[in-house]
Each structure stands twice: as structure tokens, then as C-alpha cells.
Write a protein that binds this ligand. Structure first.
Ligand SMILES: *[C@@H]1O[C@H](CO)[C@@H](O)[C@H](O)[C@H]1NC(C)=O
Ligand SMILES: *[C@@H]1O[C@H](CO)[C@@H](O)[C@H](O)[C@H]1NC(C)=O
Ligand SMILES: *[C@@H]1O[C@H](CO)[C@@H](O)[C@H](O)[C@H]1NC(C)=O
Ligand SMILES: *[C@@H]1O[C@H](CO)[C@@H](O)[C@H](O)[C@H]1NC(C)=O
Ligand SMILES: *[C@@H]1O[C@H](CO)[C@@H](O)[C@H](O)[C@H]1NC(C)=O
Ligand SMILES: *[C@@H]1O[C@H](CO)[C@@H](O)[C@H](O)[C@H]1NC(C)=O
Ligand SMILES: *[C@@H]1O[C@H](CO)[C@@H](O)[C@H](O)[C@H]1NC(C)=O
Length: 379
């Protein structure tokens, strides 16, 4: 009898406890829901505000990317309408998934930095012929200049939005980064080679492609030049971030892996120092990438260029070669002059894939040698 009263008492107590828990729980849920709906409303209205206020400029472009951006492997439209800031930001993104949501054939991006026309284009057209799946072309010309090419050309609609470039100034390094960033938007691009209107290929496409795609290293010439043309261009204003012993010099004509290209486009800290202090007579295009790679990615750089250039004449500019220079023997010597170069863990007689500088008059004799000497197919 007594025990049942106690039991009932305990039972009532438990019921009261359960009820009070329930009340607290329900109250909590109600408070929570109200709060979260307010938060939701807050965010929605913020997003709306942001969206509407930016409808007509960059925000709408970011939300509704053109097909070239939606299709990460697309050959399509290069007129994206991004500012440099937006472009570099977008280009510095790296997917963390190893698999791609499309069939990815790694491509080589051929990036032409030019003032105007590309007089050696017919040679490049032959080089690219039949390999469309394996490359993409980007052209940075002066604003207002338009390449006039047929729909079947590898250069058709491959001009990127450009800005004016004064040679020897930071605008040149900026143009290089703009080319890299545009090419990075295509996730298929795996290697990035910078070329000028006076560059030529000296091997056929399959050899160039394999050489670059299979390389463990990027090909950026980078060395310590103690003279006034090297260390002499360093500015102590770059301290403490860049020290004199880290300063490097090298040819502007680089070849980069995707990993290094992303890191260069993502860098603002060191680039800003170059922009501020690498002037005058400093030439950021010969020092920025070279120094940056030396500081952080030296072990991924072969430290040599794959673009041959003739400095034998001395002076500040390399020799320009014309029709009179183009013979079978001359091109053979560029392809293999008896020197061997390190390639991954091996050695190869192929040190250079490209060469410069060639005058327009070199075109005809070069076209004459494409099948016999350079090994292009079908010509
Ligand atoms: C996406 O890219 C592929 C390969 O370049 C192309 O064949 C396809 O038409 C593109 N699709 C769109 C929607 O742009
Ligand atoms: C390329 O994209 C821009 C901006 O989205 C658009 O104005 C232009 O018409 C497009 N051009 C082609 C050929 O699709
Ligand atoms: C482009 O090239 C074609 C064929 O070579 C020529 O007929 C046309 O006039 C050129 N257009 C311009 C704007 O130069
Ligand atoms: C290139 O130079 C860096 C120093 O910046 C060095 O660490 C690296 O081993 C060199 N690369 C090769 C392939 O020797
Ligand atoms: C190219 O030809 C010019 C004129 O004939 C000559 O002076 C120069 O040495 C040649 N350059 C090379 C690398 O053969
Ligand atoms: C071959 O090319 C390398 C690199 O440019 C150069 O150092 C070397 O002197 C050349 N050798 C000959 C025999 O011309
Ligand atoms: C092309 O090669 C042929 C035979 O080797 C030669 O007769 C001709 O003069 C060459 N043409 C040019 C423009 O070099």
C-alpha cells in the first residue's frame, strides 16, 4: 500500500519532469525556428540586395558564367567580361577532387604575346594541323588589333581581352599573367607556353606535346647574375620579403606546369613588390616569375628555357634571323647541336622545342623545311 503511493508519487514526479522537458524542448524549437527564419530572411535579403545592386556588372557575370566557364573544358567564348581582378581570382581556383566531371585530355596552351599581326602564323597552322584535341591557343595583342583569320584557323576567335603593353614595364608581366589566367580557366590546359610573333616551333606537334606533358619540371630560365644587369636591378625596398640572394634573372619566354601557373596568378604579395619597386630599367618580365619560382618552387623548375635565342651578336636585343639564315643545316643545329640536356631523370639531345627571333622573310624558306627537317606530317 505504502509502496504503491510512493510509486505513484514517483510516477507523477517523472511525468512532471517529462512534461517540463517537453515544454522546454518545444519552446526551444519555437525560439530556434523563429531565429533561423529571421536569419534566413536576413541572408536572403542581403543576397537579394547584393544581387540587384550588382545586376549590371560583375556579379551577374559571376552568377551566370558564359558557356566557356560553365563548360570547364570548352573551346568556346573568350569574351568573359571579367576585370583583371575577377579573372585572376577565378583562375587561381583549384578543384580538390581528383576526378573531372568531363573527359579530360590534357592540353598545352600556346600563349602568343604580340603587338599586332603574327607573320609566321602559316607555320604554326601547319604545326597544329590535325592535333586540335591536344592544344589551345591564346593571343594577347594590343587593344584594338584584330587578327583576321579564317574559321578553320587554330587562331580563330582566340584573342583574349587585352590591355596596352609597354615593353620593359610591369604591364608586360601583367599581360603574361593575363594570358596565364585566361588559359587557366580551361581546366584541360596542363602546360602553358609563352610565345611571341617571332617564335617558331622546331619539332613537330607530337614531340613537343609529349616533351611538355611528361615533364616533371617547368622550363623557366632562372639564374643568379651578379652583374648590374642581374643583381644590379634588385631594390632593397623589397626587403624583408625578397632578399638579394633570392633574386633571379632569366628569359621572359617561359613554359609552366598548371600547378606553377596557378601559384603565379594567385600571388599578390610578391607581384605587388615588383610592381612598386622593379623600375626603372628593371624589367619585371625577366625577374618576377624567375625570382618567385626560385623562392618557393625551385625544385619544380628545370631552370632552363625550351626556347632557343641567338645572343651571339651581344647587345641588349637578340639577333633577328631572316630568309638568308634558313637552311637545313641551321635548323638541324637548333634541333640538336651535340649538347645534351637533363630531362626528368634522363638526358636528351632535345634541348629546345621553339626558337626566336625570326623575321617575316623567314616564313617561306621555313615552310619549305617543315616535312623534311621539322618532321611535320602531311607536308
Ligand atoms: C563543351 O566543350 C566541349 C569540348 O570542347 C565541346 O565539344 C562542347 O560543345 C562544349 N559544350 C558547351 C555547352 O559549350
Ligand atoms: C561571348 O560572350 C559575351 C559575354 O558573355 C557575349 O556578349 C558575346 O556575344 C559572346 N560571343 C559569342 C560569339 O558567343
Ligand atoms: C580578312 O582577310 C580576308 C581574306 O584574306 C580579306 O578578304 C578581308 O578583306 C580581310 N578583312 C580585314 C578586315 O582585313
Ligand atoms: C633549379 O634551381 C633550384 C634553385 O632555385 C634548385 O633547387 C633546383 O634543384 C634546380 N632544378 C634542377 C632540375 O636542377
Ligand atoms: C644570319 O644572316 C646574317 C646575314 O647573312 C648573318 O650576318 C648572321 O651571322 C646570320 N646568323 C646566323 C645565326 O647564322
Ligand atoms: C649548343 O647549344 C648550347 C646551348 O645554347 C651552347 O651552350 C653550346 O655552345 C652549343 N654547342 C655548339 C657545339 O654549338
Ligand atoms: C624550297 O626548296 C626547294 C628544293 O629544296 C628549293 O629549290 C627552293 O628554292 C626552296 N624555296 C625557298 C623559298 O626556300
Amino acid at each position: 500500500m505504502k509502496s504503491t503511493t510512493v510509486d505513484r508519487h514517483i510516477g507523477l514526479l517523472n511525468l512532471a519532469k517529462t512534461l517540463s522537458f517537453l515544454v522546454v524542448f518545444v519552446a526551444g524549437v519555437v525560439v530556434g525556428m523563429t531565429a533561423s527564419s529571421q536569419i534566413n530572411r536576413y541572408f536572403v535579403s542581403q543576397a537579394k540586395l547584393y544581387f540587384y545592386s550588382n545586376m549590371n556588372n560583375h556579379f551577374s557575370a559571376m552568377q551566370i558564367p558564359n558557356p566557356a566557364l560553365r563548360n570547364c573544358s570548352s573551346e568556346a567564348n573568350l569574351t568573359h567580361g571579367f576585370s583583371d581582378n575577377e579573372l585572376f581570382w577565378r583562375a587561381s581556383m583549384v578543384p580538390r577532387r581528383a576526378e573531372y566531371p568531363f573527359k579530360r585530355v590534357p592540353k598545352v596552351a600556346f600563349m602568343f604575346l604580340t603587338r599586332g599581326p603574327l607573320p609566321l602564323m602559316p607555320l604554326w597552322e601547319r604545326f597544329f594541323e590535325g592535333h586540335r584535341k591536344y592544344f589551345s591557343v591564346y593571343v594577347h595583342a594590343l587593344p584594338g588589333f584584330e587578327l583576321n583569320v579564317s574559321m578553320h584557323s587554330a587562331f580563330y576567335k582566340r584573342q583574349i581581352p587585352s590591355k596596352s603593353v609597354e615593353w620593359g614595364t610591369v604591364a608586360l608581366a601583367e599581360a603574361e599573367r593575363r594570358l596565364l589566367a585566361n588559359a587557366l580557366l580551361d581546366f584541360s590546359n596542363e602546360r602553358f607556353v609563352l610565345l611571341s610573333e617571332s617564335c617558331i616551333p622546331i619539332y613537330n606537334f607530337p614531340i613537343v606535346y609529349k616533351y611538355l606533358i611528361n615533364s616533371d619540371y617547368s622550363f623557366v630560365e632562372s639564374y643568379d647574375d651578379p652583374s648590374r644587369y642581374g643583381r644590379g636591378r634588385y631594390s632593397r625596398n623589397m626587403l624583408p620579403n625578397i632578399k638579394l640572394y633570392q633574386w633571379r634573372k632569366g628569359s621572359q619566354w617561359f613554359e609552366l606546369s598548371r600547378e606553377l601557373a596557378v601559384n603565379i596568378v594567385a600571388d599578390t604579395k610578391y607581384y605587388t613588390l615588383f610592381k612598386k619597386y622593379c623600375k626603372p630599367s628593371c624589367y619585371p618580365d625577366e625577374h618576377y616569375i624567375q625570382t618567385f619560382l626560385n623562392m618557393f618552387y625551385g625544385s619544380l623548375n628545370a631552370n632552363r628555357s625550351v626556347t632557343w635565342v641567338d645572343w651571339s651578336m651581344g647587345g641588349p636585343h637578340p639577333a633577328t634571323l631572316g630568309a638568308a639564315n634558313i637552311t637545313e643545316g641551321f635548323i638541324q643545329a637548333l634541333r640538336n647541336n651535340g649538347t645534351v640536356c637533363p630531362y626528368n631523370s634522363e638526358k636528351t639531345s632535345v634541348c629546345y622545342l621553339f626558337a626566336r627571333k625570326f623575321a617575316p622573310s623567314a616564313l617561306e624558306p621555313l615552310l619549305n623545311l617543315t616535312s623534311k627537317v621539322m618532321g611535320f606530317k602531311n607536308f
